[in-house]
Design a protein around this ligand. Structure first.
Ligand code: SF4
Ligand code: SF4
Length: 181
């Protein structure tokens, strides 16, 4: 049986006990260092710029990325977290710390926790999501002193990667006399 199924069964059993009043959900215990499997990622929303790398790396399937037209949100199903720390390792902003605790009330909750909520930028040509505005601002700040044509810099944050290539290819063709739409 897969570990996630075992955890799900364990969670269901605890829920039953909680319903009967046999246990209280106000339990937070420190997990011994060598006991792998339980932990709680703590996000620093000031440091996080919403790149979503942590959601891609999440080995337990605990982190979920949900995008609306103009927001990017990261949710966590606490009970799925296996405390592998991949999210913290891969975060480019050092915005996550995995605490070694077992929080019974979060473990029993069916409500995903909202960890991050940032404004999203979409490509002005195709409408695909590009990244969070916070991340785009950071990139602009990093490259503004580089000797790049202003048009190149301006396109970052306006167009997605694919549309940037199309625009660049068309302008190259035009500069060589080709007629392109
Ligand atoms: S916590 Fe780190 S990896 Fe996750 S979205 Fe924020 S900056 Fe990106
Ligand atoms: S510690 Fe592992 S399982 Fe938990 S949220 Fe981070 S990547 Fe996912």
């Amino acid at each position: 049986m897969a570990i996630s199924h075992k955890i799900e069964e364990f969670r269901k059993a605890l829920l039953e006990f909680a319903k009967r009043g046999t246990i209280t959900s106000k339990v937070v215990i420190e997990v011994p260092e060598l006991l792998y499997g339980f932990g709680k990622p703590i996000y620093d929303s000031e440091k996080c710029y919403g790149c979503a790398a942590c959601t891609i790396q999440c080995l337990g399937g605990a982190l979920r990325l949900i995008e609306t037209q103009d927001r990017r949100r990261i949710y966590m199903d606490y009970w799925r977290c296996i405390a592998c720390e991949e999210c913290a390792i891969k975060c480019p902003k050092e915005a996550i710390k995995v605490e070694r605790v077992f929080d019974l009330s979060s473990f029993l909750s069916d409500e995903p926790l909202l960890l991050i909520d940032v404004e999203l930028k979409r490509c002005m040509m195709c409408g695909r999501s590009i990244s969070s505005i916070k991340q785009i601002d950071e990139v602009h700040g990093l490259i503004k002193h580089l000797p790049l044509p202003k048009t190149h810099i301006d396109r970052i944050g306006l167009l997605c990667e694919d549309c940037r290539k199309v625009v660049a290819a068309k302008s190259l063709l035009r500069s060589r006399g080709a007629k392109v739409g």
